[in-house]
Design a protein around this ligand. Structure first.
Ligand SMILES: NC(=O)c1ccc[n+]([C@@H]2O[C@H](COP(=O)([O-])OP(=O)(O)OC[C@H]3O[C@@H](n4cnc5c(N)ncnc54)[C@H](O)[C@@H]3O)[C@@H](O)[C@H]2O)c1
Length: 434
């Protein structure tokens, strides 16, 4: 029998990628570009069909790359979990959301592990890529996979390797982002590291999956805490009549010991708003309260409320009530130049404004429709007349394609939550943090 490391080295190993979303689809394409035969698994038939037709639904994967992988016969997608048995290596990229009460929801990981346990065979490598709390791979996945009768680390290999995509980034992608790998035993780490060496320039093996799991959550907590700190500073600057943007720019001239983070309308995406809760929840098992982490989440989650309060105040100062005011929100994706609206603070802002009786419309060149509690909304065209007819234009997401000079020239009042109008001096601009 040819062992898995020989198959990986010769690139004859078949790679399965489970969950063809923001993480899984780019990974599947990266493995096929490295010469592996890749089978993508998803429970959504339409995603499977799109992949097989070469239609990309993830901005970071161009249709040209997808079509070339298909033309080379190195990529295929399926909903059939039974085909997991054909795979030599399986990377699991399913969602890890929160429940309504903000507890970790591992149902996707558990369900997939149960499916996998039916088809697991000798010499397979299984890697969990979904972000989760330390202990998930060994405490949750391993016992389920061992229901197959096979022993983890001996009959099959099991590791955790966090995905680190930065959606929309033109600078960092799978190849040039170091990949952390931690297996349940040295053999598992070694085989998983060998697999990722085929697609990433630098692979960093760590002693166990728990370290790899903690590393990923720590990276996101680090961002959450620093964003909360600068959001708090933005509040203070507003009270003190200072500009937080000027303070950050000045602090950024320090060549050591400082790294800029920026305030904003809140945090979004699938990582930063969620992952800190995974760690905070696990910590409670150890009678440990992650006070820093929870305080940061509280400050960040309050930002949409603060933005709405500022808009209300600005209108009030102009003798106008929020109830009945016409407000245009520019950008609803959670960050610039992406189409992802998951946990986007703009959605919360729109919801709060509507609850207070404002007449809200939005524009986002990447997002044609949104679902908010008061009903679905469609992106409107931003014309000069549209801008001029608004009581307030709120810059919620600073997509590069927006012409801010034009927006400011036409609108009566602009509330900028991202500091993108910093270079402009017009009196109708009010910025968060000033
Ligand atoms: N989006 C990011 O920027 C990012 C970055 C790093 C890590 N992560 C983590 O990666 C994981 C996946 O995130 P994502 O953004 O790619 O999610 P996503 O929702 O974009 O994609 C997940 C896919 O998994 C599919 N799926 C669910 N259960 C399945 C199953 N049993 N079998 C096959 N397919 C299944 C869904 O249909 C969906 O297409 C999460 O844990 C997330 O926290 C995300």
């Amino acid at each position: 029998m040819v062992c898995i490391d020989e198959k990986i080295r010769s690139r004859s190993a078949k790679v399965g990628v489970v969950g063809l979303g923001y993480v899984g689809l780019p990974l599947a394409v990266a493995f096929s570009e490295a010469g592996f035969k890749v089978l993508g698994f998803d429970i959504q038939q339409k995603r499977v069909d799109w992949v097989n037709q070469g239609k990309s639904y993830i901005a970071d994967v161009s249709e040209a790359r997808l079509s070339s992988a298909l033309a080379n016969n190195l990529l295929e997608a399926t909903t059939k979990q039974s085909r997991l048995k054909e795979m030599d290596a399986i990377c699991i990229c399913v969602p890890t959301p929160l429940t309504k009460t903000k507890d970790p929801d591992l149902s996707y990981v558990i369900h997939e592990s149960e499916e996998l346990s039916k088809y697991l065979r000798h010499e397979q490598l299984v890697v969990l890529e979904s972000t989760t709390y330390p202990g998930t791979t060994r405490e949750v996945m391993l016992p389920i996979l061992e229901r197959s009768g096979l022993k983890g680390g001996l009959d099959f290999y099991l590791a955790f390797s966090p995905e680190k995509v930065d959606p929309g980034s033109k600078k960092y992608y799978i190849k040039n982002t170091p990949k952390i790998v931690g297996g349940i035993n040295p053999n598992s780490t070694e085989v998983a590291a060998l697999l990722y060496q085929q697609v990433a320039d630098v692979v960093v093996p760590v002693s166990c999956p728990e370290v790899a799991e903690m590393t990923k959550v720590f990276e996101n907590v680090f961002r959450s805490v620093n964003i909360a700190l600068v959001n708090e500073l933005a509040h203070l600057c507003e009270q003190m009549g200072l500009s937080v943007w000027e303070v950050i720019d000045a602090a950024s001239t320090k060549p050591f010991g400082y790294m800029p983070f920026y305030p904003g309308p809140g945090i979004g995406g699938h990582c930063i708003p969620l992952d800190p809760y995974y760690l905070a929840n696990k910590a409670r098992e150890f009678d440990f309260h992650t006070r820093f982490i929870e305080l940061a989440a509280e400050i960040n989650e309050h930002m949409p409320y603060h933005v709405v309060f500022r808009i209300l105040e600005l209108l009030n100062n102009r003798g106008k009530s929020l109830n009945g005011a016409k407000i245009l929100v520019l950008g609803v994706a959670y960050k610039k130049d992406v189409e992802d609206t998951r946990e986007s603070p703009a959605l919360k802002i729109i919801q709060l404004l509507r609850e207070k009786g404002a007449e809200v419309s939005y524009n986002d060149p990447y997002v044609s429709q949104i679902h908010v509690p008061a009903g679905d909304m469609e992106s409107v065209e931003v014309s000069g007349e549209c801008l001029a007819s608004m009581d307030c234009v709120v810059i919620a997401t600073d997509h590069s394609c927006y012409n801010m000079g034009e927006v400011v020239a036409r609108a009566k009042l602009v509330f900028d939550t991202r500091g993108v109008t910093r270079g402009l001096k017009q009196a109708n601009i009010v910025r968060l943090g000033e």
